[in-house]
Design a binder for this molecule. Sequence first.
Ligand code: ZN
Length: 500
Amino acid sequence: MQTNVDNYAFMEHKLVVYNTLTRKKEQFIPLHTPNVGMYVCGPTVYGDAHLGHARPAITFDLLFRYLKHLGYKVRYVRNITDVGHLENDADSGEDKIAKKARLEQLEPMEIVQYYLNRYHQNMEALNVLPPSIEPHASGHIIEQIDFVKRILDAGFAYESEGSVYFDVEKYNKQHNYGKLSGRNIEDMLETTRDLDGQTEKRRSVDFALWKKASPEHIMRWPSPWSDGFPGWHLECSAMGTKYLGDEFDIHGGGMDLIFPHHECEIAQSTAALGKETVKYWMHNNMITINGQKMGKSLGNFITLEQFFTGNHPLLEKAYSAMTIRFFVLQAQYRSTVDFSNEALQAAEKGLQRLMEAYTRLQKLQAGATTTVDIAGLRERCEQAMQDDLNSPIVIAHLFDVAKSINTIYDGKAYISAFDLTELKETFKLFIEDILGLQTETEAEGGNSDAYKGAVDLLLQIRQDAKANKDWATADKIRNELAALGFEIKDGKDRVEWGLK
Ligand SMILES: [Zn+2]
């Protein structure tokens, strides 16, 4: 059937994404164009977000922004884990949130709200767009109980002393447990076959769908099996399919979630629904510190708040939220990133140079012709994005053209009105809309226009004073601004200022 959709960019795009499930790059073709369903595992809200949380948030924000740019109507679901995530990601031990609540003598939901608010503040600072839906695990207990029932009915789970476990061995006879992570389940079953008969589980590879709460456990709900709480993996199967349907396009998260979390999700959904739920599994790589995984127990754990204030022994200074965002985007999301002060300071300088060129671009005057090579920037940036979101290549293309902008700004080259308009549009599209970068004063949420206007006004008064040979007033303005941290450069026909 011929439909009139020629004006939609998505009909022409060649977006290719790496699918962890097939281990190759695939063309992105949604199940129900122009709608795209995307689910990303969100935070367990029992502590402040750290650099490791920033990477998936920024990676999938980049994807969300790019899909919208292509013309898709994206429903982006990012969950909040507020129950059932036990220590060490295991089936035993204390609930992470309940433990924090006990230590701080607060209601678990006070802990959740406190850290969720702080998470949202961090995300806003990083210019990460809010998802379309942010469901809480604790708000979907009924859906999760229903999901357990379906898995039990399908015969892939068993009840044991009030808890319900997923039967991995039985599932693996008909399906492939380990298909996402590439783990060999036969080996796992072999090594765990005869482990202690004391446990409720038949096999140690089996995982909890529902856990009976011990008497002191405060986060508990009634169910057909016991007063208890859902297993950690279950919420994503239940909430993903509730909001995106039994089959949806994209499921994302950090690589550390591939096993067991996402492997278990696939097993749960396939067992309950009889089919594969997710078409493209996408995973961002980790951020390491001096080659080590970041973790509370390793003592190299730096929260985003600490980056923003510089208040951590490993940090030489404070780094702005935009520096962190730029630092993350300077690497393709599937490559590793190692944190160091040097790398962050390089990112800070790079971002400054790029944003300075972007500011200068707004001030350029059009000439009769273009004497710099800036052709095809938009196409080259699109190609880089379409190649599995290759943001570092986009940034490299923007830097190439930034050099030309500076040359034109210095009066050593020219740009036509047509090319200037196209360049402004392309820079805005990639810098602001897709990469989500903001100038720092904007990012800090101040009245940046009023602030800039005030400094410009002072400098204008200084120019007037100079014109009247009132050197005392002119010097006073310059010296006082310098004392406040401003740097003022007197050019041939304009005065430039910035913060030192
Ligand atoms: Zn999840």
